[in-house]
Design a protein around this ligand. Structure first.
Ligand code: BGC
Length: 374
C-alpha cells in the first residue's frame, strides 16, 4: 500500500510502501481514502519546519484533510456503516488523566500539549490508500457532498472560531434585532484577513451566518479569489490598493476579524483598527520571522476602552465537524460554482512532489487516491 511520507533523518519526501492496516479493536473502522487536501501545514512538514514521526518509525505519513469511504467495521461499531463517506478528525487525546479537555474528547483544547495529530504529530496521516481508526473520530458526510467534502476539515477551523465568537459575545447585548437563528450575524461586519482556503471558507461561513464580509488579501482584483468573494456577496479588497486604515474607515465599525494569513504584521495593524466590543480571532501559525514594531500603548488602550477581545483557535472538536458538514451543504446549495472553484485541481499521486515542495499554486489542491484501492 502506497503512502506519502517525510523522513526527518534524511530530510526526504518519499513514496513509501506500507502494510495495509488491520482493525485492532471492535470499535475500529477501515477506510479507503478517496482524496486528501494539501495545506500549508503539509508544506511546512515537507520543509522540515514542523511535524514529528510516530515513535519507532523512520518516517511520518502526512496528510490530514481527508475524505474516505468506510470499507470494514469492527463488531461494536455503531456510528458508521460500510459504504459511508467519512471525514476523519485530526487530533487524538493526550494520555494524562489530569487533562480535563482530553478526558471529555475536547483534545482540541488539550492542556498538556501531549496530544497527537494524524499526519502532523506522532501519528501517521491520511495520504495513503487505507487507514484504520476508532469510529469516534469519523464524521459521516452525505453523498451529495462527494465533490467538496475534502473541504470539511479546513472549514472546521472557521466553525470552531464562530462558535467561540457567539460564546464570548454573550458578554454583551450582541444579538441582531431582526435576525433569524441562521443569520445571527446580520447586523455585524466582519473582515477576513487572507484569501487562501481557510480565509475563503471562513468568509463563506460568515456570509451564511449573515455577516457583511470584507476579504483583505494581497493580490489585486480581478483574480480567482476575488471572483469567489464576489459570488458569495463578500467585498474583496486588495492590500495593493487599500491600506488597513482606509479599509477600516470604509467599513466604519469592524465587529469581527477572522485572521487567516499567518502574517503577524498585517494582523496587528488590523487589530488597531477594530471597533467597540469587537472580537479578533487568530487562526494562522506564522513562521518565526523576528520582532516587528507595534504601538502597544494604542492596542492596550483600545482593548480596554473598547472592550475588545482577542483569541486564538486551533484544531476542532466533533461539533465543529458537524457544523462544517451542515454549512458545506448550505454553501453547495447557495454557491455551487464558487464552492467548487475553491478546489483548483485534483492530482494523481505522481504529482505529490510538485504540490508539496513546488511553488504554491491555486487555492486548494487535492491528491486523489480514488481508484487505487478498491
Ligand atoms: C490542522 C489542525 C492542526 C494544526 C496544527 C492545521 O493545519 O488543520 O488540525 O491542529 O494544523 O498542527
Amino acid at each position: 500500500m502506497k503512502a506519502i511520507a517525510v523522513n526527518p533523518a534524511t530530510k526526504q519526501l518519499e513514496l513509501v510502501e506500507h502494510e495495509p492496516p488491520r482493525l485492532q479493536s471492535p470499535t475500529d473502522v477501515r477506510v479507503r481514502i478517496l482524496e486528501v487536501g494539501v495545506c500549508g501545514t503539509d508544506r511546512e512538514i515537507c520543509a522540515f519546519q514542523y511535524g514529528t514521526a510516530p515513535a519507532g518509525s523512520p518516517h511520518l505519513v502526512i496528510g490530514h484533510e481527508a475524505l474516505g469511504e468506510v470499507v470494514e467495521i469492527g463488531s461494536a461499531v455503531k456510528r458508521v456503516r460500510p459504504g459511508d463517506l467519512v471525514v476523519p478528525m485530526v487530533r487524538r487525546p493526550c494520555p494524562h488523566d489530569t487533562c480535563n479537555a482530553c478526558a471529555v474528547e475536547r483534545q482540541d483544547f488539550c492542556y498538556t500539549g501531549d496530544f497527537s495529530e494524524r499526519g502532523i504529530q506522532s501519528l501517521h496521516g491520511f495520504m495513503t490508500e487505507q487507514i484504520v481508526d476508532d469510529e469516534r473520530y469519523m464524521n459521516v458526510v452525505p453523498r451529495s457532498l462527494r465533490d467538496v467534502a475534502v473541504l470539511v476539515e479546513p472549514l472546521t477551523i472557521a466553525e470552531k472560531a464562530l462558535e467561540q465568537i457567539w460564546q464570548v459575545q454573550q458578554r454583551l447585548p450582541w444579538s441582531c434585532p431582526v435576525a433569524t437563528e441562521r443569520e445571527r450575524g446580520s447586523c455585524h461586519q466582519a473582515v477576513v484577513l487572507g484569501a487562501g482556503p481557510v480565509g475563503l471558507l471562513g468568509a463563506m461561513a460568515l456570509r451564511v451566518h449573515g455577516f457583511a464580509t470584507w476579504i483583505y488579501s494581497r493580490e489585486p482584483a480581478p483574480n480567482p479569489k476575488s471572483e469567489i468573494a464576489e459570488a458569495i456577496g463578500a467585498h474583496y479588497v486588495s492590500a495593493e490598493s487599500t491600506s488597513i486604515p482606509d479599509l477600516a474607515s470604509e467599513i466604519d465599525g469592524i465587529d469581527v476579524v477572522y485572521e487567516a494569513t499567518g502574517a503577524s504584521a498585517v494582523a496587528f495593524e488590523m487589530m488597531q483598527a477594530i471597533g467597540p466590543n469587537a472580537v479578533f480571532v487568530f487562526t494562522g501559525v506564522p513562521g518565526r520571522r523576528g520582532p516587528i514594531e507595534i504601538d502597544t500603548d494604542l492596542l492596550m488602550r483600545n482593548l480596554v476602552l473598547r472592550n475588545q477581545m482577542v483569541f486564538g483557535t486551533v484544531n476542532a472538536g466533533r461539533e465543529a465537524f458537524e457544523a462544517a458538514i451542515r454549512d458545506l451543504e448550505t454553501f453547495s446549495a447557495r454557491w455551487p460554482e464558487a464552492l467548487r472553484a475553491l478546489i483548483t485541481g485534483r492530482f494523481p499521486l505522481d504529482a505529490h512532489r510538485e504540490l508539496l515542495i513546488g511553488a504554491p499554486t491555486g487555492i486548494k489542491n487535492v491528491l486523489s487516491f480514488d481508484g487505487m484501492n478498491r
